[in-house]
Design a protein. Structure first.
Lengths: 217, 550
């Protein structure tokens, strides 16, 4: 299908190149970005992949009772949600392939080879740059790692196992919902609710004393 | 062959304002055409079945069109976070469905204080009450009759209320212990199945809509039936101009966003229902001969008196499970203990405390509603384990004053994808709004601490406020000097042009506006139906006193 200008729709799952028909890459917009991100994730070099895994374990350190972040294939998750080179960077987490990879390259093998202290210092420096508005990489990495890690089914199972408050959490809201595990109203409580509350009839509305307003003083 | 088409009633916008009128008129056999710049949203587009549902909420389901940037969206510049959607059903396709009504006093705020641009509504609660009931039945509303903070509404039809869960029971107990008002919320979420709609499964995440149809929106409650009765709903139809001639609206010119073709459609009556930003935008961009400042804007009021409500998000954590991920996102309960003006507090108007659900673990890690982001590194695990699902959030939202300088205009530089001017918003909080909100934050934490909250965090008074509610910019009023519309939602300047959406609301009350927009839609539809010949014969818009009655 082409649009009125003869443009083709954007490749499945890819953000569009332009909001103005006829400009830029010649791909018109067809709707929401694909659920799940890119159908074909962008790929990373071995070193870039190692940096992502190392960063994931620095942001969410390994714990004996929890799945290890670097073992959850966050690499693919990141690849699905980074904007490919040449496309408009219009969807959260607003990370473009070229800049994102350049940031990973700056961390590089030295970051991968560093001990916990070294990695922590490097991420802290990134966080500072992000707070100063000079480099968005920290915000992008943290969002991708947090959203990615806590969306994995194996992490959901760990939540069920480890946290009393998360015992019934089952990941996506549907198809199951929580109808069977959500507490109903207490009839005694509802009866007591009728004891408090009133309203003003239309004809009873009168001018209030505006001299008591604190913000006018 | 004519270069235009003809219809009886042309409706612009397929959200709550337009849908109610379309359904009523179509059922009565009136030829109705609706132009909607967006598409239908299909069940498969919702993220509820996906592992990545929390991230998707920030992307194609982002509330803000400036972030979402879908083809049907248009930019909104200025001091605003406009939370709207442009599709069949309008912004109700991603709302919480919280469904309170205005109270009688809300129609008389001009009498009560008259501050800034506050005026009385030209109608009363009693005028609107039967239309609230009629509207509720169409949507499908769950809740419980009997709230003592409202007039009797025994005629309202209700499904059983949504389940409270630990979260709802916790705040109900807090309110009870303090002797405060509270009541289970009315929600536009069905708990009993309807045709082609499943009942609520306590799933949550209604802020990304509902693929099962449990969330009541015109996309499932109105349009399938209006179309069945002959309504012509045209999607991807972006209106360029509402046309007028000789003091009357003649129809509209629109662009088909798929083909790029321009069409003209003529009508006896035009109803504008494009929301509190979209409607003034369209009137202003419809400046033409005889209407140099925009259509229906000879008094310069179109776009003014924008209201959003004043908001603060208040998070509380407990050392016990709260399980906020369970249950429909429509609020389980609300408290209107501080709803009414009490000037001894130092401000007029009041606020509601609306208990909200949470989302999943990524939401907890990313900081819930108040930016309380889980630390990274060695403290991450302890923080997450202690905060996830131990969390309760309450919306403090209060009535903001209608201020003339809070307004929608056209952006002189930014255009949408069709080359039409973007909307521009100027909005500042009034000192009364700020005083009200700060008091509200204190009261919410008074309640949660009373029942054991061990940690709290809040956003402070949000500026700009989250723009879920877009109100007041084409308001109903009493004379052409104080408003854009008369008491039947007719524009003062153009008698066969009506406006029915959030922009119509004279004041904002301290409740979510959709049920009131829907009630006004029913009332206006009934008025048009009964008076169509009178309206089309009018050369000028009658005063409220002279207008024909229902």
């Amino acid at each position: 299908m082409n649009n009125a200008l003869g443009e083709k729709p954007a490749p499945h799952g890819a953000p569009e190149t332009t909001a103005t028909p006829g400009e830029a890459g010649g791909f018109f917009e067809t709707g929401r970005p694909r659920l799940g991100g890119l159908q074909n994730p962008i790929t990373f070099s071995d070193t870039q992949a190692a940096v992502i895994d190392a960063a994931a374990d620095t942001l969410i350190p390994p714990h004996p009772d929890w799945p290890t972040a670097s073992e959850q294939d966050l690499l693919t998750f990141v690849g699905r949600y980074v904007t490919p080179s040449g496309y408009r960077n219009k969807h959260f987490p607003f990370a473009t392939e070229d800049e994102f990879k350049a940031g990973l390259d700056r961390l590089g093998q030295a970051f991968v080879d560093a001990d916990t202290r070294g990695r922590t210092d490097a991420i802290a420096a990134l966080e500072k740059a992000s707070q100063e508005g000079t480099d968005p990489l920290f915000e992008q990495l943290r969002a991708l790692v947090y959203y990615g890690y806590y969306s994995r089914p194996v992490v959901t199972l760990a939540i069920n196992r480890n946290l009393p408050a998360g015992r019934d959490y089952h990941g996506p809201p549907l198809p199951y919902g929580y109808l069977q595990t959500t507490e109903p109203w207490d009839e005694d409580l509802l009866t007591q609710a009728q004891e408090n509350g009133s309203y003003l009839e239309t004809d009873d509305v009168v001018r209030v004393d505006l001299s008591q307003l604190s913000w006018t003083k | 062959m004519a270069a235009y088409e003809e219809t009886d009633v042309l409706i612009i916008g397929a959200g709550p304002g337009g849908a109610g009128i379309a359904l009523k008129l179509a059922k009565a056999g009136v030829k109705v055409t609706c132009l909607e710049q967006g598409p239908w949203v299909k069940p498969s587009e919702h993220p509820h079945y996906h592992d990545e549902w929390e991230l998707e909420k920030q992307r194609g389901w982002a509330y803000d069109p400036n972030v979402r940037q879908l083809p049907e969206d248009y930019p909104v510049t200025g001091t605003t976070t406009p939370y709207m959607m442009n599709n069949v059903g309008g912004s109700t396709v991603h709302y919480a469905g919280h469904w309170p009504r205005y109270k009688p006093v809300d129609f008389r705020k001009g009498t009560e204080h008259g501050l800034e641009g506050t005026i009385d509504w030209p109608i009363s609660y009693e005028d609107l009450a039967p239309f609230y009931d009629e509207n509720d039945e169409i949507y499908g509303i769950s809740g419980r009759i009997g709230d003592p903070s409202y007039p009797d509404r025994k005629q309202a039809v209700r499904d059983p209320e949504v389940l409270p869960g630990k979260l709802g029971l916790k705040y109900a107990k807090a309110s009870k212990d303090l002797g405060w008002h509270w009541w289970p919320s009315d929600n536009a979420i069905i708990t009993v199945p309807r045709e082609n709609r499943e009942a609520d499964q306590a799933m949550g995440n209604e802020l990304s809509g509902s693929p099962t149809g449990s969330l009541s929106t015109p996309a499932n409650a109105h349009w399938p039936y209006a179309i069945r009765h002959g309504a012509d709903l045209r999607t991807n139809a972006r209106v360029e101009t509402i046309n007028a001639d000789g003091g009357k609206a003649t129809g509209a010119t629109y662009l088909d966003r798929v083909t790029g073709e321009r069409h003209e459609i003529r009508a006896k009556i035009v109803v504008l229902a494009a929301n509190g930003i979209g409607s003034p935008r369209l009137l202003l961009q419809s400046a033409q001969k005889g209407h140099p400042e925009g259509l229906a804007n000879s008094n310069g009021i179109v776009g003014k008196y924008l209201m959003h409500h004043v908001f603060a998000f208040c998070d509380s954590w407990f050392d016990e499970p709260i399980e906020g991920f369970k249950g429909s996102f429509g609020a389980p309960l609300y408290s209107h203990e501080f709803y009414h003006t009490d000037v001894s507090r130092g401000f007029v108007n009041g606020f509601g405390m609306q208990v909200a659900r949470s989302f999943g673990p990524a939401y907890a890690a990313m900081g819930t509603h108040t930016g309380y982001t889980a630390p990274w590194g060695e403290k991450h695990r302890e923080f997450f384990d202690g905060h996830f699902a131990n969390h309760l959030m309450v919306f403090m939202f209060g009535e903001d004053l209608p201020v003339e300088s809070n307004r929608v205009t056209l952006d002189p530089d930014v255009k949408d994808s069709s080359g039409l001017p973007a909307a521009h918003v100027d909005y500042a909080l009034h000192p009364n709004d700020i005083a009200l909100a700060e008091y509200g934050i204190e009261k919410i934490f008074e309640a949660t601490r009373a029942v054991g909250a061990t940690e709290t965090n809040d956003t402070g008074v949000l500026y700009p406020p989250p723009g879920w509610h877009l109100m007041g910019t084409c308001r109903m009023g009493n004379t052409p000097d104080d408003s854009v519309l008369n008491k039947w939602c007719q524009t003062w300047d153009v008698p066969n042009l009506f406006v029915v959406d959030g922009s119509t609301l004279t004041t904002g009350a301290a409740v979510n506006p959709t049920s009131t927009i829907g009630a006004l839609s029913q009332r206006t539809g009934e008025y048009i139906l009964r008076n169509v010949d009178h309206i089309t014969a009018q050369k000028t818009t009658p005063s409220n006193a002279d207008a024909p009655t229902m």
